[in-house]
Structure formats: C-alpha cells, structure tokens
Design a protein around this ligand. Structure first.
Ligand code: ZN
Length: 87
C-alpha cells in the first residue's frame, strides 16, 4: 500500500525535515525537505495554503508544516494532530 500523505507528513517531521522560518498569527512560512527537493510552504491561516511541490491540492508538506505549527501553539504531538486533519 502506498504511503498516505498523513504517514508521509509524520515521517518528514520525524526526520526533522520541517524548518519553520516564520510563524505569526496569520502566516506560517516554512521549508520542507522532501524526498526529492526542498519546498517552500506558505500558509495564510484561514485563507490559502501554498506549497511549491509538483503535487496538486493537499500534500504531505503542507500537513507537516501545519502539524509542527500546531505543536508549537498547542503542545499536541503531530501524530495526534495529523489523525485529526481531514483529507
Ligand atoms: Zn508539497
């Protein structure tokens, strides 16, 4: 079975692949070191999410950044957060 984007996000976080460059009330700016390249991720909270990888729609990089940002804000571990993020 292929790895789901949730599983891949957890793997990326576990590997220390997520670097948050800026996290504010409305914007999160991060880099994710994916399997093939490093992708900039910008999340405008409540508005739009953008990852520079070739995948369209939700991708593991966006999920990984969201989970790390939520952990900073709430202390919830990524495994819990990702279990709650709908697809
Ligand atoms: Zn991506």
């Amino acid at each position: 079975m292929p790895e789901s984007i949730h599983e891949k996000a957890l793997r990326l976080i576990g590997a220390g692949a997520v670097t948050i460059r800026f996290q504010g009330d409305h914007v999160i700016d991060a880099d994710v070191h994916g399997d093939h390249d490093t992708y900039p991720v910008v999340i405008e909270i409540g508005d739009r999410e953008r990852c520079m990888c070739p995948a369209s729609g939700d991708c593991s990089h966006l999920l990984a950044v969201l989970a790390v940002a939520l952990q900073r804000n709430t202390g919830l571990p990524p495994a819990v957060t990702l279990g709650k993020v709908g697809v």
